[in-house]
Each structure stands twice: as C-alpha cells, then as structure tokens.
Design a protein around this ligand. Structure first.
Ligand SMILES: Nc1ncnc2c1ncn2[C@@H]1O[C@H](COP(=O)(O)OP(=O)(O)OP(=O)(O)O)[C@@H](O)[C@H]1O
Ligand SMILES: [Mg+2]
Length: 112
C-alpha cells in the first residue's frame, strides 16, 4: 500500500508538488494524469526514493521513504519496477524483457 499525506517538494525555490494526499491500496491500478510539468514524474521519483521530498509523508508498505539510507534504498527498490520516461529502455529487448531485466540481475529464477 502507498499512503501519501500532504506531500510537498521543491526544486530550489519552485514548489513542484503541493499538498499531495492519496491512498493506493494493494492491487490497485492507478493512473496519474496531468499536463506536462505538473509533477507526475517527480511524484513517482519520490515514491522510489530517487528524489527527496521536503515535507509531508510518503509511506510504501509502512516505510517512510525519506528515512531510508542508501543501503536500505537498494533493498527497498528490489520490490519496485519502473520504466523511465526517457533513455532507459534496451532496444533489442521486448517490453516484457525490459520489465523483467532487474529480476534477471537480482538472480530470480526464469519461472518467477
Ligand atoms: N531535476 C530538476 N530540477 C529542477 N526542476 C525540475 C527537475 N525535474 C523536474 N523539474 C521541474 O519540475 C516540474 C515537474 O516536472 P515533472 O518532470 O515531474 O513533470 P511531468 O508531469 O512528469 O511532465 P511530463 O508530462 O512532461 O513528463 C516541471 O516544472 C519541471 O521543469
Ligand atoms: Mg514525466
């Protein structure tokens, strides 16, 4: 479950996330919609710890993401799949293979 309360994020003096609150239950398929620059990618990057947020709370399965140290983030991200908006797909692999690639690197069995 992802639980976000009153999240705020600044880049310098510019506020890019303002008072975001949302609850996403296990099994939910959740779409985030907004104009270019609205902050969709920034919010996703906060969810997996690629960006720090300034205030509010962002809990993933009971863990406050901001409190994780570098080492803990590595373990935390093992359970998160992310396809980046730019640059990060391997062209000779299919969509499925791109998504599964991190599992391959972590040594999961083919079946899993
Ligand atoms: N690293 C950064 N440093 C400074 N400002 C940034 C940075 N990344 C994003 N921004 C700014 O933060 C705001 C939100 O950007 P973000 O990329 O999250 O929007 P988005 O909703 O994903 O847009 P798009 O639909 O174009 O992907 C924009 O004004 C953007 O210019
Ligand atoms: Mg984006």
């Amino acid at each position: 479950m992802i639980s976000i309360k009153n999240l705020e994020k600044y880049y310098g003096k510019t506020k890019v996330l303002s008072d975001i609150s949302v609850e996403i239950e296990n099994g939910d398929i959740f779409g985030l919609v907004g104009v270019s620059g609205a902050g969709k990618s920034t919010l996703l990057r906060c969810m997996n710890g690629l960006e720090k947020y300034n205030s509010g709370s962002l809990m993933v399965n009971g863990t406050e993401v901001r409190n994780l140290n570098y080492q803990e983030l590595r373990g935390f991200r093992k359970n998160i799949g992310m396809i980046f908006q730019q640059f990060s797909l391997i062209e000779r692999k299919s969509v499925y293979e791109n998504i599964a690639l991190p599992m391959e690197c972590w040594g999961y069995s083919k079946k899993k």
